[in-house]
Design a protein around this ligand. Structure first.
Ligand code: PMV
Length: 331
């Protein structure tokens, strides 16, 4: 395919998993919301033939065929950037074009804390590179980004790429795809970042071990998660925040049972509830990461909650978030 331009920009949002993380990998439903925090990608065609990636995490590397050159960063730079290089290469090979690219990533989405930054990077890179050739199709971007995300964690459900590509709120089942959910009432969501980074791949494999050892219990927990998702779908549509909050707290108990919560997360969930939240739970893979909280949708509810969290020392780590309805954007 012929190039239609020599540079492009795209951005893609992160996400919170409101219900069903981990169980979604085993084809149970999950409910996700895209959030108003994004990864921004700029792509320029270069004449060197190599793929050069710069990230605002302080990482710079160059990929020349199978040779890796570390220009700035730590020993982890290759692990972080190589899948992103493959992501760009996948698009180039699909479009039958072997080009050198300079890729720059700027993100306001904290990474490795359950907010879908890997998926957002894959979606934004896929869209930016594809838009060098033509107007990208969201479904195509989503499916190619999900292929690339599997290089980062091979058992990925693909949920994160779907929500990042399409935005909004969705009910997602791996084998069936997604259904959008529209709420009668705006939901006031917040995030608290524990600052403890995790590896999604390690947590996913620890849950697999739990499942293999505790087959029956896992089946019961998965069916409870499934039932919570059905009720949550209805509660979101109705804008019933008390019911939704209650279901989030029930979902958190299931995540404790499969061993992905920890003391800090559990204490934060309790802290949220004592400060007026309708509900709270860990979001994403767990093992640290972030807590998602639903607060009553009125000025007092939000103020009382964030003041209370601030007094308990978590002020700088807690932020209100809005649902992003744009999904991936190309400029
Ligand atoms: O922590 P994150 O943003 O990587 O979210 C992972 C969600 C899981 O359900 C644990 C994995 C998946 O692929 O759905």
């Amino acid at each position: 395919m012929r190039l239609r331009r020599s540079s492009a920009r795209a951005s893609a949002p992160g996400k919170v998993v409101l219900f069903g993380e981990h169980f979604v990998i085993y084809d149970n439903p999950a409910i996700l919301a895209a959030i108003d925090r994004r990864v921004n990608v700029t792509v320029h065609v270069n004449t060197s033939g190599s793929i050069n990636i710069t990230s605002d995490l302080g990482l710079i590397a160059s990929f020349e065929g199978s040779t890796f050159h570390l220009l700035k960063g730590t020993t982890e730079t290759k692990t972080i950037l190589a899948p992103l290089c493959e992501c760009a290469r996948l698009v180039l090979s699909e479009r039958g074009c072997n080009l050198g690219l300079d890729i720059e990533l700027v993100s306001n989405l904290p990474e490795s804390v359950g907010l879908g930054s890997s998926a957002a990077c894959c979606v934004a890179i896929t869209a930016a590179v594809d838009s060098l050739f033509h107007e990208p199709d969201r479904y195509w971007v989503c499916s190619k980004a999900a292929e690339s995300e599997r290089l980062i964690h091979k058992d990925s459900s693909g949920a994160d790429c779907n929500i990042s590509a399409f935005g909004g709120m969705m009910y997602f089942v791996k084998s069936k795809g997604f259904t959008n959910i529209y709420s009668k009432k705006e939901l006031s969501l917040g995030l608290i970042n524990t600052g403890k980074k995790h590896s999604t791949a390690n947590l996913v494999s620890s849950v697999k071990k739990f499942k293999d050892i505790n087959r029956f219990s896992f089946k019961v927990l998965a069916s409870l998660s499934n039932a919570i998702c059905q009720k949550a779908f209805a509660a979101i549509k109705e804008g019933d925040e008390q019911m939704l909050g209650n279901l989030m707290s029930q979902n958190h108990v299931l995540l404790q049972e499969i061993g992905v919560s920890d003391k800090t997360i559990d204490e934060l969930v309790d802290l949220c509830l004592t400060n007026g939240a309708c509900g709270a739970k860990l979001t994403g893979a767990g093992g640290g990461g972030s807590v998602v909280v639903l607060v009553p949708h009125n000025e007092d509810g939000s103020k009382i909650f964030f003041d209370g969290i601030g007094k308990n020392g978590w002020g700088s780590e807690s932020i209100p978030v809005k649902v992003d309805y744009n999904g991936v954007l190309v400029a």
